[in-house]
Design a protein around this ligand. Structure first.
Ligand code: NDP
Ligand code: 8X3
Length: 250
């Protein structure tokens, strides 16, 4: 039977690539993000392959999350797969120099946003004793690197929440997985460096970074295993990257 996936952060990078591979595999899509123009364009493209609806909301705004999810059209209300992907790093500064606004953004979006969306969707999965949640963590959730402080803390929280969901949802037959990527060439660094494109480009210079499609392929692999198979956790690096800080640039 056709499945429905709810993807946060579908307007760019990993979320957009995931929407594309899901569409090619005939999964019905609920695409979420703040940028309406991008949602509209993606809906137009992917509607050639599958049914698509869009929801424009900020994951860190609890009321907007609940209102948006409650407003879903009838044929999109039953959600089989939740991809908790929306998130970003804001800034890269030492703990003594970091901006509290950046810290608030990362905790509010990467942690509280993931929780608000999950809380709005999990009850229908527990009612049906069926569902799949994929949490997009990061190597920053497995390790801590210089100046990564609060972003790393937010992704450590995602790692912990992935484990917590696995425990609490186990009796409900719900599959829960996390993917923890290393450097993926998306708009991530542009956001981290507040639109400084040169600085953002330099993050991916001199080696082949992961591409959004690489992670999307892995997400599709994870969700397309037989129901009795649940991959808990995958850490994925570009070949040139050994750890968050050891990178073989040519
Ligand atoms: P992008 O910046 O390309 O995409 C981020 C997505 O998140 C966008 O679609 C954006 O949509 C959405 N988003 C951000 N803030 C909000 C918000 N407040 N409310 C709703 N949506 C929001 O980055 P990536 O694709 O790389 O990032 C996706 C995930 O992967 C993130 O969780 C990131 O932490 C993680 N990750 C990325 C890595 C990398 O190197 N790129 C490595 C490891 C993990 P919009 O702006 O339209 O709201
Ligand atoms: C994104 C990868 O190394 O910038 O989560 O934290 S890193």
């Amino acid at each position: 039977m056709k499945q429905t996936a709810f993807i946060t952060g579908a307007t760019s990078g990993i979320g957009k690539a995931t929407a594309e591979i899901f569409a090619k595999n005939n999964i019905r899509l609920i695409l979420c993000g703040r940028r309406t123009d991008r949602l509209t364009k993606l809906k137009e493209e992917l509607s050639k392959l599958t049914e698509v609806t869009t929801l424009q909301f900020d994951v860190s705004d609890r009321t907007s999350v609940e209102t948006a999810i409650n407003s879903l059209p009838e044929n999109f209300k039953k959600i089989d797969i939740l991809i908790n992907n929306a998130g970003n790093a804001h800034g890269l500064s030492s703990i003594q120099d970091g901006s509290i606004d950046d810290w608030d953004a990362m905790i509010d979006i990467n942690v509280k946003g993931l929780l608000y969306v999950s809380k709005a969707i999990i009850p229908q999965m527990t009612d049906r004793n069926n569902g799949f949640i994929v949490n997009i963590g990061s190597i920053a959730g497995k390790d801590v690197y210089p100046n990564g402080n609060v972003y790393c803390a937010s992704k450590h929280a995602v790692n912990a929440l992935n484990k917590a969901m696995r425990i609490d949802l186990n009796k409900h037959n719900i599959r829960v997985s996390a993917i923890h990527p290393g450097a993926v060439e998306t708009e991530f660094s542009e956001v981290r460096f507040k639109g400084d494109t040169e600085k953002a480009k330099s993050v991916y210079a001199g080696y082949k970074a992961l591409q959004a499609d690489d992670i999307a392929d892995i997400i599709y692999f994870v969700i397309s295993r037989p129901y009795h198979v649940n991959i808990e956790d995958l850490v994925v690096y570009p070949t040139a990257q050994a750890t968050p800080t050891i990178l073989n640039r040519n």
